[in-house]
Write a protein that binds this ligand. Structure first.
Ligand SMILES: [Fe+2]
Ligand SMILES: [Fe+2]
Length: 479
């Protein structure tokens, strides 16, 4: 049994852990907020030593102490009209405490951080200052200054607008990932359908393609990061979604309209559908296939095209993609194509995406290649296996070190390629995650172009590293 790390399974496990952790956590935070606003309100009516105030202060303090089992500080953020606990939306609280949210905003508060060490007295002092009128706060130099003057050190305020960008980025990445898994679910379901009664819900496939097409249009590089998700056990399912993403991203660099991209996308998503007819013993076989097994395997394009031809509503060009995706640019692949000089443009696009994704995934018979190695293979085989023009566009898009590549920089630091820099395929932006001694660091973005300026001409500024060599999963660092 192969036990190499497969990022999707690990990811799911971590997400599950996170979920349970955050479920308990969120409940605590909700309680805390309730008590926080109760103390604030009561302090407007009663003196701090009144029983009612003492009661809710002590409730807040005990919830806060509970919370400290999870983290060292509690960060309540305001973005637009909503409250967030760190990056999680507090939908109910945003409605319940809306007037308070407005008050905080108008008093120049974009976030409140409660730090470990906070005592009841300090909380009350802070809330009494917060309860001052807007004008008085302004005339005394603002809330942050008031806190400082009053020696309040365990409550830190963020100015308005501090969290807008970060939270919208995190939420976008979350919803993109959700869509990815939705696409995985759909292709899984379609394969089951085809296996059982050879019928296929074309509208479901179209919905997934449309969804990914919108994503690609909004933020191509973020979507390409998603295509680094892999699964060892469910190779074909994840592979289909990755090939869809890579094909759409590549095709969106060409002068094609939305209708054409939809047809291409359907072909890309369903290109390996014929594999449902290949026995699992062949698909998952460790080691080389026998000649007979290989012959069987090579039938999946024709079988896939047959299945698709029988479905009403699948465009002939999408069917052609399934039929031709292993034919190769010079027609030396399979099946043999007669009467044409080249496979169709859509087939050539999908073929490139297909080989790139297959090369960068661990398979029963191969280790995963690093993304930069896969890119070099594509370049080497342009004109024979691949359409040379498409290879050029693909490399322009992915860079020589595609997003998600784990790299070592000349400084000795370890990082993950985070973003491509347009027009410079060799110098992406890299997120540093380990110092030269291998210690974890607070992530920061480095411009490889800057390092290149300082380096001597023959110095290697960036080189790729195999994730298993260092026991890291680059995907963990892409958000
Ligand atoms: Fe295939
Ligand atoms: Fe494939």
């Amino acid at each position: 049994m192969d036990t190499r790390p497969q990022n999707w399974e690990n990811h799911r496990k971590r997400e599950t852990l996170d979920y349970f952790r955050s479920k308990g956590l969120l409940e605590r935070v909700r309680e805390l907020l309730k008590d926080f606003f109760a103390v604030k309100k009561n302090l407007l009516i009663y003196p701090p030593h009144h029983e009612i105030c003492l009661d809710c202060v002590s409730r807040f303090m005990s919830s806060f102490r509970e919370y400290l089992r999870y983290g060292e500080s509690l960060s309540l953020r305001i973005v637009g009209e909503e409250f967030f606990f760190e990056e999680r939306l507090l939908a109910r609280e945003s409605v319940l405490y809306y007037p308070l949210l407005q008050e905080l905003r108008s008093k120049g508060v974009g976030g409140v951080n409660f730090l470990a060490g906070l005592e009841a007295g300090e909380l009350v002092d802070f809330l009494r200052l917060l309860n001052l009128g807007e004008e008085e706060i302004d005339s005394r130099g603002g809330l942050a200054k008031l806190l400082e003057d009053n020696g309040i050190t365990h409550v830190i305020l963020d100015p308005p607008g501090t969290w807008e960008e970060k939270i919208s980025r995190v939420r976008e990445a979350e919803s993109a990932r959700e869509e990815y898994f939705e696409a995985v679910d759909v292709i899984r379901e379609l394969s089951e359908q085809v296996l059982h009664d050879r019928r296929l819900s074309v509208s479901k496939a179209n919905r997934v393609v449309g969804m990914m097409l919108n994503r690609v249009g909004e933020n191509r590089s973020a979507v390409l990061g998603l295509a680094t998700l892999k699964s060892y056990d469910e190779y074909t399912t994840f592979h289909s979604v990755n090939v869809l993403i890579l094909s759409l991203a590549l095709a969106s660099m060409l002068p094609l309209d939305r209708n054409a991209l939809m047809i291409l996308g359907t072909g890309a998503l369903l290109h390996d559908l014929g594999k449902v007819t290949i026995p699992k013993s062949i698909l998952g076989k460790r080691g080389p296939l026998t000649a007979a097994e290989w012959e069987e395997m090579k039938r999946h394009p024709v079988r896939g095209a047959d299945i698709l031809l029988a479905q009403p509503g699948v465009h002939p060009l999408s069917v052609l993609v399934a039929y031709e995706h292993h034919a190769r640019y010079d027609l030396s692949g399979y099946p043999k194509l007669n009467g044409v000089e080249r496979p169709s443009l859509f087939s050539r696009i999908v073929q490139l995406a297909d080989v790139y994704d297959a090369m960068t995934t661990v398979r029963p018979y191969q280790d995963a290649r690093t993304p930069d190695h896969a890119i070099r293979v594509l370049v080497k085989e342009k004109g024979t296996a691949f359409d040379p023009l498409l290879v050029k566009v693909f490399v322009d898009m992915m860079g020589l070190y595609p997003v998600g590549t784990l790299v070592r920089l000349c400084t000795g630091e370890l990082g993950v390629v985070y973003e491509q820099v347009e027009g410079d395929a060799t110098s992406p932006r890299v997120k540093i995650i380990r110092d030269p001694e291998g210690r974890e660091v607070e992530p920061r973005i480095v411009e490889v172009a800057r390092l290149r300026e300082k380096a001597s001409p023959d110095e290697e500024v960036i080189s790729s590293v195999r994730p298993e060599q260092v026991g890291l999963d680059p995907l963990d660092y892409l958000d």
